[in-house]
Design a protein around this ligand. Structure first.
Ligand code: HEC
Ligand code: HEC
Length: 491
C-alpha cells in the first residue's frame, strides 16, 4: 500500500495541473513533462487522460443560420478535423489499452469478444488496492481510473450522429448513400464494436434462426429477405425502419455535415439489423453542451419484455419512442432546426404502429446454456467456472438485485452515483460530473453488444465487472471477477 500511495500523490498533483489546460506537468512542449509508466510499460503523459484542450475546430455556424456559405464552412471544418481527431485519440489512448486482443469466445458468426480489462491503472495501483479504498479516499486522492469517467463524444462541442467506417462502407455499397461526415469520424477501434452485420432473431419465427442471412438489412434487400416471413403490415413497418429521414447533420440544407445533400438516416443505420453497430450521438436532453451525455446505440432486442425506453427519458412505450425519436433526438431537441431541415412526422395509427410491431418482434440471441424456465444456467451444460460466476452474480456480487433473470433487468432506473468517486472536471469539452438515474439495460445477449454503459465508456465485459465491483463496493477477488465474466459471456 505504501508504494501505491506515493504513486497516487504523483497522480493527484499532475492531474490537478492538467485541469488548468496543460500547464506544468501537463505541458506537451518542453522536456519537463511528467510521464506515468502504465502497467504495460507504455509511457504516456497522464495529462492526456484528462485532456481539456480548447476546441481546435473553428466554430460552425449556428443551426438555423440562413446565410451559410456551404463550401467555405466545409473547407473550414475539414481543416479542423485532424486536430479534433488527434485530441480524441490521445485521450482514448491514455484512458484505455486499445490493442486488438480477441478471446476465443465468438459473438455469433465471425467476430470474437475482446479480452481483459482495458481501463488503464497507473503504475503501482492495483484493482485490489482500489477496492480497499472508500469512495471519499478515491476522490480525494484522484485515484478513480480515467477510463471510468464519462466519455466525451468524438467532438463533444459539435456533437451529432457518427457512424463507424464499416457501416459507412456497407451502406454505400448497397444503397449509394454516404454516411461520412466531413468534420469528424468515429473514434473507437472496430474490434471493440459489435459483430457487423449482426444476426436478427424473430420472436414470431424462432424456428428460422438468424433471418438476416448474414446481410445488412437495407431498403435494397429487406423485401426479398422478409416477404415470406412477415405480414404485409409488418413488412411496411420494416420498410419505414430502413427508410432514411432528415436529421441534424444529414439533410438537404447548407447546414449539413455530409459532402452531398443527404436524404437523411434510417433507424437501422444505427440499429443495424435491429441490434446496434456502435454508432454514437449526444443525448438531446441536457444543457449546457458540455453536460450532454454521449450515448452508445442500444440494441432493439427484447423490447417486448422491457418497460422503459431511453437511458434517461424513460418513455413508456416503443410507439412513443418511435414517434418522438425523429422529432426530438434527430435534431438535438431543437424544433427550429427540425422544421427547417425537414422533420418527418410519422402517422401514429399506421406508420408508428407498424414500426413498433416489428421492433417488438426482435428477440435476444439464443443462449443455449440457460434453462428456458428460470433463465439461470442449466447445470448439465455449464462449466464449473460459469457456475461459480453465477454464484457470484446472485450472491457476493449482488448483481442480481438490479439484473434479475430471466432477462437480467429489473426494468427500472438506478442512480449509481459514480460522481462520489471523482472531482468534476472538463475532459475534451465534456464536463465529467453526476450522471443521474439511468435505465438498467438487460444483460441477456450482452457479449454481442460492446462497448458498455450508456456512453460506451466500458470497452469489455472485464471492464464492466471491474467497474461495477468498484462502484458497488462488493470487493471481489481476481478469481471471482474472472468467473463472473465467464458467466456474463453465456447470457
Ligand atoms: C444515432 C443513431 C440512431 C438512429 C438513427 C436511431 N436511433 Fe434509436 N437509439 C439510439 C441511441 C443512442 C439510443 C439511446 C437513447 C438514450 O440513451 O436516451 C436509442 C434508443 C432507442 C430505443 C430505446 C431502446 C432502449 O433500450 O431503451 C428505441 C425503441 C429506438 N432507439 C428506436 C429507434 C427508431 C424507431 C429509430 C428510427 C426512427 C431510431 N431509433 C433511430 C441511436 C439511434
Ligand atoms: C444498483 C443497481 C445495479 C447493480 C447492483 C448492478 N448493476 Fe449493472 N447496471 C445497472 C444500471 C443502472 C446500468 C446502466 C448504467 C448506465 O448505462 O449508465 C447497468 C449496466 C450494466 C452493464 C452494461 C449494460 C449495457 O448494455 O451496456 C453491465 C455489463 C452490468 N451492468 C453488469 C453488472 C454486474 C456484473 C454487476 C454486479 C457486479 C452489476 N451490473 C450490478 C444497475 C446495476
Amino acid at each position: 500500500m505504501h508504494a501505491t500511495r506515493s504513486t497516487l500523490l504523483l497522480f493527484a498533483g499532475c492531474a490537478a495541473a492538467a485541469v488548468a489546460a496543460l500547464t506544468g506537468c501537463g505541458s506537451r512542449e518542453g522536456s519537463g513533462e511528467t510521464h506515468l509508466l502504465w502497467a504495460d510499460q507504455k509511457q504516456l503523459p497522464l495529462s492526456d487522460a484528462f485532456l481539456n484542450e480548447p476546441d481546435p475546430s473553428p466554430q460552425p455556424p449556428l443551426p438555423g443560420d440562413a446565410h451559410i456559405d456551404f463550401a467555405e464552412m466545409k473547407e473550414r471544418l475539414e481543416r479542423g478535423k485532424p486536430a479534433v481527431m488527434s485530441r480524441q485519440r490521445r485521450m482514448l489512448e491514455a484512458r484505455y489499452d486499445l490493442s486488438d486482443r480477441p478471446s476465443d469466445v465468438l459473438m455469433f458468426r465471425s467476430k470474437y469478444v475482446q479480452r481483459g480489462p482495458r481501463v488503464r491503472l497507473p503504475e503501482g495501483m492495483t484493482w485490489e488496492a482500489l477496492a480497499s479504498m472508500t469512495p471519499e479516499q478515491i476522490r480525494e486522492e484522484d485515484a478513480f481510473p480515467a477510463g471510468f469517467y464519462p466519455l466525451p463524444h468524438p467532438h463533444h462541442e459539435a456533437g451529432g450522429m457518427v457512424f463507424p467506417q464499416m457501416v459507412i462502407d456497407e451502406t454505400k455499397r448497397q444503397t449509394g448513400r454516404d454516411l461520412t461526415r466531413f468534420d469528424l469520424e468515429f473514434d473507437l477501434p472496430e474490434h471493440f464494436l459489435p459483430e457487423f452485420p449482426p444476426p436478427l432473431f424473430l420472436t414470431t419465427r424462432p424456428d428460422l434462426g438468424d433471418v438476416s442471412q448474414g446481410q445488412l438489412i437495407t431498403e435494397q434487400n429487406f423485401y426479398e429477405l422478409f416477404k415470406g416471413i412477415l405480414s404485409q403490415k409488418d413488412l411496411d413497418g420494416l420498410r419505414l425502419l430502413v427508410t432514411p429521414f432528415p436529421q441534424q447533420q444529414f439533410n438537404l440544407t447548407d447546414d449539413r455535415r455530409s459532402e452531398r445533400p443527404s436524404m437523411g438516416v434510417s433507424c437501422f443505420d444505427c440499429h443495424s439489423n435491429g441490434a446496434t453497430n456502435g454508432a454514437t450521438h449526444l443525448a438531446p436532453d441536457q444543457r449546457a453542451q458540455q453536460d450532454r451525455r454521449r450515448i452508445d446505440t442500444p440494441p432493439l432486442r427484447g423490447l417486448n419484455v422491457q418497460r422503459l425506453f431511453g437511458s434517461q427519458r424513460a418513455l413508456k412505450t416503443v410507439e412513443d419512442f418511435t414517434e418522438f425519436e425523429q422529432r426530438g433526438a434527430y435534431f438535438d431537441g431543437d424544433q427550429m432546426s427540425a422544421t427547417k431541415k425537414g422533420v418527418n412526422v410519422l402517422e401514429r395509427g399506421s406508420q408508428v404502429a407498424n414500426m413498433a410491431d416489428f421492433q417488438e418482434f426482435i428477440d435476444f440471441p439464443p443462449a443455449p446454456k440457460l434453462d428456458p424456465a428460470t433463465g439461470k444456467l442449466d447445470p448439465t451444460k455449464a462449466t464449473a467456472e460459469e457456475l461459480r460466476g453465477q454464484d457470484v452474480f446472485f450472491g457476493k456480487g449482488q448483481c442480481a438485485s438490479c439484473h434479475p433473470p430471466p432477462h437480467y433487468t429489473d426494468n427500472t432506473m438506478h442512480d449509481l452515483k459514480v460522481e462520489r468517486f471523482f472531482k468534476p472536471r472538463l475532459v475534451n469539452g465534456r464536463m465529467a460530473n453526476a450522471d443521474g438515474p439511468t435505465k438498467t439495460f438487460p444483460l441477456r445477449g450482452i457479449r454481442h453488444t460492446p462497448p458498455y454503459f450508456h456512453d460506451g465508456r466500458l470497452l469489455t465485459l472485464d471492464d464492466a465487472v471491474e467497474f461495477f465491483a468498484l462502484v458497488t463496493q462488493v470487493k471481489l477477488t481476481e478469481e471471482e471477477k474472472r468467473d463472473l465474466v465467464a458467466f456474463l459471456l453465456v447470457l
